[in-house]
Design a protein around this ligand. Sequence first.
Ligand code: DER
Length: 224
Amino acid sequence: LSQDALKAQVAQAALAYVRPDTILGVGTGSTVNKFIDALAASGIRLRGAVSSSDATTARLQAAGIAVLPADQVQALEWYIDGADEIDGQGCMIKGGGAALTREKIVADLAAKFLCIADASKRVQVLGTFPLPVEVIPMASANIIRRFARLGGQASVRLNPQGHPLVTDNGQHIVDVRGLRITAPLALEDEVSAWPGVVTVGIFAHHRASVCLLGAPHGVQTLRF
Ligand code: DER
């Protein structure tokens, strides 16, 4: 089964967690896009969705799903999103799609996080995937130096034109290679406190409650 097929498989399996007439928090990325497609095809009627990016908002609207502003929603039961990596405790690296800030904002509204991913995202230790960090541009050089002191090689993410990528929030992304994140909660807290860091792409405070992992032999359900 191709990675694409595995993503479609977990997207379909995620429908079992969707209760009609509820409001759902929806993440960003290709696996989530397959979930939105499956949701639209399922006929399940949601009351609405809270979106984590302009891209997801467009996808939800195209699927005829009402998008509700995050600041008008008190609490969600589920936040559904993909991950770049997920470890044995449900801690994740996220931000490959540059949406980590709004993803963490919407995840914070939800009681539970349902991670949908293909099996390639499952790791023992987080950090092989470069860690995304959304930063205020004036702080990026200093943040890069701080990561170097932790043994990480950080660089500003560029767009296809070779200029710094600008996020939905108008900030930049730094990607950090060479980290072995054996204490994700501690590193999330440490980096989040650095001046100029908007969001670090470690989801340990907002780790997954359930992960549906698409594997060749079928969907594996991990509970944390
Ligand atoms: O950027 C993100 O956090 C996305 O959720 C990413 O981690 C998963 O993207 P994918 O489903 O396209 O692999």
